[in-house]
Design a binder for this molecule. Structure first.
Ligand code: RP5
Length: 162
C-alpha cells in the first residue's frame, strides 16, 4: 500500500495540517496523519517512521513549530523524501521553525515549504508520487489547467486593458 505520511509535532498543528489531508482526499491519495514529536516523544517518532516505511510510506510530511526538529529527525531516519512545514507560533511566529526546518546539514535534505504551507506540502508530495504514477500525474495536469482557467475567469469582468 502506497501512502503519504503526515506527522505533526503537536495536536495544535492539526487545524492547519488537516488542509493537506483534504487535498489528498480530493486527489484520491492515501495518507496517514498522526501526532508525534521529535522532542516530547522521540521513541514514538523513531518507531513510527520505521514502521510506516515498511508499510509503504513513500513521502513524509512533517509539520512542527518553534525549535522545529521533527522534519530533520525524520530525514535522519529515512531515505524517502521529507517535506517540512514550519508552523506559526511562539515568540517568532514561525521564523524560528522556518529556519530550523530549512537549514539542514548536507546529505540530510528537507524540502521546506512556506510557514503554514500545508497545501503546498500536499501538492509537492503528490508531484513526487506522480513521477511513476500516470493517473495521478494526469490529475495534477488537469488541476493546473483548471487553475489557469480560474485566473482568466477571475480577470474577466474586472480587467482593464488598453
Ligand atoms: C511544536 O511546538 C509543535 O509542532 C507546535 O507547532 C509547537 C507548539 O506545540 P504545543 O505547545 O501547542 O503542543 O513542537
Amino acid at each position: 500500500m502506497k501512502f503519504v505520511s503526515i506527522i505533526m509535532g503537536s495536536k495544535s498543528d492539526y487545524d492547519i495540517m488537516q488542509e493537506a489531508g483534504k487535498i489528498f482526499e480530493k486527489f484520491g491519495v492515501q495518507y496517514e496523519l498522526l501526532v508525534s514529536s521529535a522532542h516530547r516523544s522521540p521513541e514514538r517518532t523513531h518507531q513510527y517512521v520505521k514502521q510506516a516505511e515498511e508499510k509503504g510510506a513513500k513521502v513524509f510530511i512533517c509539520a512542527a513549530g518553534m525549535a522545529a526538529h521533527l522534519a530533520g529527525v525524520v530525514s535522519s531516519l529515512t531515505t524517502k523524501p521529507v517535506v517540512g512545514v514550519p508552523m506559526r507560533g511562539g515568540a517568532m511566529d514561525g521564523m524560528d521553525a522556518l529556519l530550523s526546518t530549512v537549514q539542514m546539514p548536507s546529505g540530510m535534505p528537507v524540502a521546506t515549504v512556506a510557514i503554514g504551507g500545508a497545501i503546498n506540502s500536499a501538492y509537492l508530495a503528490m508531484q513526487i508520487l506522480a513521477i511513476d504514477d500516470e493517473e495521478l500525474s494526469a490529475k495534477l495536469k488537469e488541476d493546473k489547467i483548471l487553475k489557469a482557467k480560474r485566473v482568466e475567469t477571475d480577470s474577466m469582468g474586472i480587467e482593464v486593458i488598453i
